[in-house]
Ligand binder design. Structure first.
Ligand SMILES: [Zn+2]
Length: 152
């Protein structure tokens, strides 16, 4: 009998959803490390900095988060995506430019000696909460944005 995963075909749809699902779980774990259980129902938004070249589909990630968050006591939380464009610094002319997805070439001098500067981010940058009058204010800023380790 053929392998079921291979039978799915070229698009790897189910693997792709698994990828976003595991990232959504990762985001929730980061939040759980910072916000005690009794305060999690007050979370309104989690801001994720997402690079254009991170390989993550934002819509799928937001959907996956929406499925998991209520199970973790975060039914009021939404995942907000802060998109980061793909930029690179040219080793030949020294300019930093926006890159076209998939084309790693300096748009100024056409050199291919380009180092990616932004666009690979996958970071939780802030957690917003309903202010219940305590010391936390309204926003729990994540002081050192946490890069999510990709597990797949
Ligand atoms: Zn250049």
């Amino acid at each position: 009998m053929a392998c079921f995963l291979q039978d799915i075909g070229e698009n790897h749809v189910s693997e792709k959803v698994m990828h976003e699902l595991s990232i959504a779980q990762n985001i929730i774990e980061i939040v759980e490390e910072r916000i005690p259980a009794h305060k999690r129902s007050r979370i309104t938004a989690i801001v994720l900095r997402l690079g254009e070249f991170s390989g993550v589909v934002a819509e799928t990630l937001v959907f996956s988060f929406g499925v998991i968050a209520p199970q973790k006591g975060m039914s009021g939380a939404s995942l907000e995506i802060e998109n980061v464009p793909l930029t690179g610094e040219c080793g030949t002319c020294g300019k930093t430019s926006l890159l076209t997805y998939g084309v790693f070439e300096c748009p100024v001098c056409r050199s291919r000696d380009v180092v990616i500067r932004t666009g690979q981010e996958l970071q939780v940058v802030s957690i917003s909460m309903i202010d219940a009058g305590d010391e936390s204010g309204g926003i729990a800023a994540v002081n050192s944005p946490e890069q999510i380790q990709e597990t797949l």
